[in-house]
Ligand binder design. Structure first.
Ligand SMILES: Nc1nc2c(ncn2[C@@H]2O[C@H](COP(=O)(O)OP(=O)(O)OP(=O)(O)O)[C@@H](O)[C@H]2O)c(=O)[nH]1
Ligand SMILES: [Mg+2]
Length: 278
């Protein structure tokens, strides 16, 4: 077991989410489209369950589209509302807005029946670290909202950001802690930078990456690193990539550390292609 994950802030994060959920009608749960099921935290979903929830598979641009469709279908079959989004380009934002307004419809109808005016729907964003919560919020709002947040001294409770006449977002996204149930999930979360780099060794995560590439996407190794054969184990592949890339330390030995860092960076930036891991 090489993922040492002790989420010390879990209790504080949970309390914060519990408090904020009381203020909203809808909770958006952001998941990484490349491994949405590995990002889920059922304990926190149970808290969110008191409200309507919408799953947003973010970073869809980095995932294999067919796999994303499959994940969406499986979430929908289990009764969830789920959409995909690329927060860098904004692709999918219309689907997000539609999912929000549809999820609010029942509540809005009740207000009308009682003769009340329908107030804007209030929404909060939650998700594991690095899943793109801030980017998502900025993308929907259309400008950086960090500056509008509560600065020290002028805090007067929560700030709301109006993204349309009928939708308001809570300014601070709720941080959810991933719950690691098994080593495989831990490796995926490390690969996606969802657990911090202190929790794992880059070497082991790089070996995990090479293992899934060999088994599922061997062409990536051939295309990107010009390996002539994959008839060797992952540590040998790693050496071979270091050799091909000329990663050397003084004295001419292979700089495996540098190769691991490069591999993980390239994967995370999408330079090795699109991947779906769940
Ligand atoms: N390709 C791609 N990158 C994204 C997307 N959304 C966010 N990112 C990138 O993912 C990284 C993390 O994004 P943030 O918005 O800071 O994530 P966060 O969830 O707010 O992170 P924390 O506040 O640290 O928990 C940044 O480098 C973003 O540019 C997306 O839809 N596609
Ligand atoms: Mg953030």
């Amino acid at each position: 077991m090489s993922i040492n994950w002790y989420p010390g802030h879990m209790v504080k994060a949970r309390r914060e989410i519990e408090a904020n959920i009381k203020l909203v009608d809808i909770v958006l749960i952001l998941l990484d489209a490349r491994a949405p099921f590995s990002c889920r935290n059922m304990e926190l979903e149970k808290i969110a369950d008191k409200k309507k929830t919408v799953f947003v598979l973010n970073k869809a641009d980095l995932a294999i589209p067919e796999a994303t469709s499959g994940y969406l279908n499986s979430l929908r079959e289990s009764g969830c509302v789920a959409v995909a989004m690329d927060s860098i380009s904004g692709k999918g934002s219309k689907d997000v807005v539609q999912a929000i307004t549809e999820s609010y419809q029942e509540q809005a109808d009740k207000m009308l029946q009682k003769g009340h005016r329908v107030r804007p729907v209030r929404v909060m964003v939650t998700g594991v670290p690095n899943v793109g919560k801030s980017t998502f919020l900025n993308s929907l709002v259309g400008h950086k909202v960090a500056e509008t947040g509560n600065k020290p001294g002028i805090t007067r409770g929560k700030q709301w950001i109006r993204i349309r006449e009928d939708i308001e977002f809570l300014d601070t996204p709720g941080l959810m802690w991933p719950k690691i149930e098994n080593p495989e999930q831990g490796f995926k979360l490390a690969l996606l930078s969802i657990v911090g780099e202190n929790a794992y060794s880059e070497y082991e995560v790089a070996l995990y990456l090479l293992n899934i590439l060999v088994n599922k996407w061997p062409h990536v190794l051939n295309d990107k690193f010009k390996l002539d054969t994959l008839n060797m184990d992952e540590t040998e592949i790693l050496n071979e990539i270091a050799r091909k890339r000329g990663h050397l330390v003084k004295g001419g030995q292979l700089d495996i550390e540098k190769t691991c860092t490069m591999l993980l960076q390239d994967f995370r930036k999408g330079k090795l292609g699109k991947f779906s891991l769940d």
